[in-house]
Design a protein around this ligand. Structure first.
Ligand code: CA
Length: 234
């Protein structure tokens, strides 16, 4: 399988710093790809440091995706213990390791998402680790309430806040024509999945990555926005 990818990241229209980090930093093409989006949180410089540290640790050597998240967790936690001004920092992380045979190996923690667009149908591959997503799964609230709930950003897990973190892991077989999206919640928190589906499928990966960012900004740009778009070909 061959992959063509593009990345876009933007501070949004409200925040002054972009605390998202993305790997790789630039678009490209090849028959394998390690793709990561991390959305940092924490006061002062904490968020930015957390997401950048996580990606650095996760990409330091070849590992399975869950081990990359473990390595990130250890590195962010150690740094937050070592520096008072970084105490309590953390980050989300979604890792997609796309192999030459066309299987995507995922690991994730938090509310950054992976989506698959196949034959015009968008599927959210990851489950958000948020309080609201858990309430939704339990049937305690409905989808409409979940989308607007004031606590929808509250995470139940994040990378780096504790010595250990439970990690979701799964594989997904890819097909030629598929498009994969990794994104921070500054995208899906601002625009509906129906619009994500339309924009993800239109134009080159680069055009799709930036039109998604633009749409989130048009909708208000309340948060940092990061998109990583992969087109899958034979
Ligand atoms: Ca965010």
């Amino acid at each position: 399988m061959s992959y063509t990818w593009a990345v876009a990241t933007h501070v949004g229209r409200i925040r002054h710093e972009n605390q998202d980090s993305v790997h790789p930093a630039n678009g490209g093409a090849g028959d394998t790809l390690l793709a990561i989006v991390a959305d940092g949180m924490g006061g002062a410089a904490g968020g930015e440091v957390a997401s950048a540290t996580a990606i650095e640790a996760a990409t330091a050597e070849p590992m399975r995706p869950a081990e990359r998240v473990q390595a990130a967790n250890r590195a962010v936690h150690a740094l937050s213990q070592a520096k008072r001004e970084l105490a309590g920092m953390g980050t989300t992380m979604v890792v997609a390791d796309l192999d030459a045979e066309g299987t995507a190996h995922f690991a994730h923690v938090g509310d950054s998402r992976a989506y698959l667009l196949r034959d015009g149908r968008l599927t959210q591959l990851t489950n958000d680790h948020t309080v609201v997503a858990e309430w939704l799964a339990l049937g305690a609230i409905d989808e409409a309430t979940a989308k607007t709930h004031p606590r929808r950003g509250m995470l139940t897990r994040s990378v780096g806040v504790a010595p250990e973190v439970p990690i979701d892991e799964f594989d997904k077989g890819l097909e030629p024509g598929d498009r994969l999206l990794l994104c921070s919640d500054g995208l899906n928190g601002m625009i509906p999945d129906s619009l994500i589906a339309t924009l993800l499928g239109a134009g080159s990966p680069e055009e799709a990555a930036w039109s998604l960012v633009e749409a989130a900004n048009t909708a208000g740009g309340n948060d940092n926005i990061t998109t990583l778009v992969v087109a899958v070909d034979r």
